[in-house]
Design a binder for this molecule. Structure first.
Ligand code: ES4
Ligand code: ZN
Length: 328
């Protein structure tokens, strides 16, 4: 008997550089003549134990050294789409970190075109409609972000929106007021990581100062009942990443994850994989572990999938198509 086809959903919180699997890191290092500081796969895998967000970011940025050519970015993107399609992902809004490549001497054209060339045919090739989101590193300056955004606009990069990621604490949303205003003028969608390690006030700032439409993570909203009420009333989407939160110790263990409380509060939450090559699994593994550890019901799973589709930036037509598939 064939395996049941997975539930259709949208993945809204995914860093393409976080899909770089250890095997591909070794293959690209070999192809590009790059010497890795690990003798073998097991030695690399032994580094995947994180104590907080920064300890992960250090390895995440270091491993990007193997991404040199358009082909490298394209191969990474193709591998993600194949894996995501198997997990039930039918629409993906994919973040990339251009500044993490520019700082290594890789041009905007190389990194953006490498990813975008594969996204252009993702629906035909993988059955996954896609959008590209340029994320900016909040531990760098706003001027750096503005310069890169202008570069993306000048090259007519096929981006649907901008995001804000990297080291959160000490880098509040208000640091990027001009960046988000400029993105708005350019007609781009706006999202930001907030309330992952940072306090609930960063979520408020992202909404009030940056006018974001969606919050990445947002789990720390649960510490502020007034904020929860606002997020529920305004149906603000929160793209939650359970395995990421456990691996980066934002929560102690999956059994203690706030997702069930967030659902019970009526928040518009979805389940996403964040950096699946680093956190122990793609979106299907996130769901499987939620089911086994938290006893997530069929009702909640369908609600989470519907939330992901409705909270996406896909066309109304595509949303209806996927919602019909979900209920069919
Ligand atoms: C990230 Cl989990 C997470 N948080 C913040 N920034 C990131 N970049 C890649 N993954
Ligand atoms: Zn993230």
């Amino acid at each position: 008997m064939a395996a049941a086809s997975p539930m259709p959903l949208a993945e809204l919180h995914l860093h393409i550089e976080g899909t770089l699997e250890p095997e591909l890191i070794f293959a690209l290092a070999e192809r590009n003549g790059i010497e890795l500081p690990y003798a073998n796969l097991d030695e690399l895998r032994s580094r995947y134990e994180f104590t907080d967000l920064q300890s992960f970011l250090d390895l995440y940025y270091a491993n990007m050294a193997v991404l040199r050519t358009e082909q490298d970015f394209a191969d990474m993107t193709r591998a993600y789409l194949a894996r995501a399609a198997a997990a039930g992902v039918r629409h993906a809004e994919i973040m990339m970190d251009p500044q993490a490549h520019l700082s290594r001497g890789v041009s905007l054209e190389t990194c953006v075109n490498g990813v975008a060339s594969v996204l252009a045919t993702s629906e035909e090739e993988f059955g996954v409609s896609t959008l590209l989101i340029a994320a900016f590193l909040r531990d760098l300056s706003e001027d750096s972000a503005l310069e890169v955004l202008e570069g993306l606009l000048a090259m007519n990069a096929p981006i649907a929106g901008i995001g804000l990621d990297s080291a959160e604490v000490g880098n509040p949303p208000s640091k990027f007021t001009r960046l988000f205003a400029r993105a708005g003028e350019a007609g781009l969608r706006k999202i930001a990581h907030a309330g992952e390690e940072g306090p609930p006030s960063y979520i408020v700032e992202a909404l009030d100062v940056l006018a974001v439409e969606r919050i990445d993570h947002g789990i720390r909203c649960m510490e502020d009942p007034e904020l929860v009420e606002r997020l529920v009333n305004d149906r603000v989407p929160l793209t939650v990443c359970p395995l990421s939160n456990v691996r980066l110790r934002a929560v102690d263990m999956l059994a203690a994850h706030p997702l069930p409380a967030m659902l019970a509060a009526g928040l518009n939450v979805s389940v996403n994989s964040d950096d699946p090559a680093y956190f122990g699994g793609y979106v299907d593994s996130n769901f499987a572990q939620l089911e086994s550890v938290l006893g997530l019901s069929e009702f909640d799973r369908v609600r989470l999938a519907a939330n992901s589709i409705r909270s996406s930036f896909a066309s109304e037509e595509r949303k209806q198509e996927l919602l019909a598939e979900l209920s069919g």
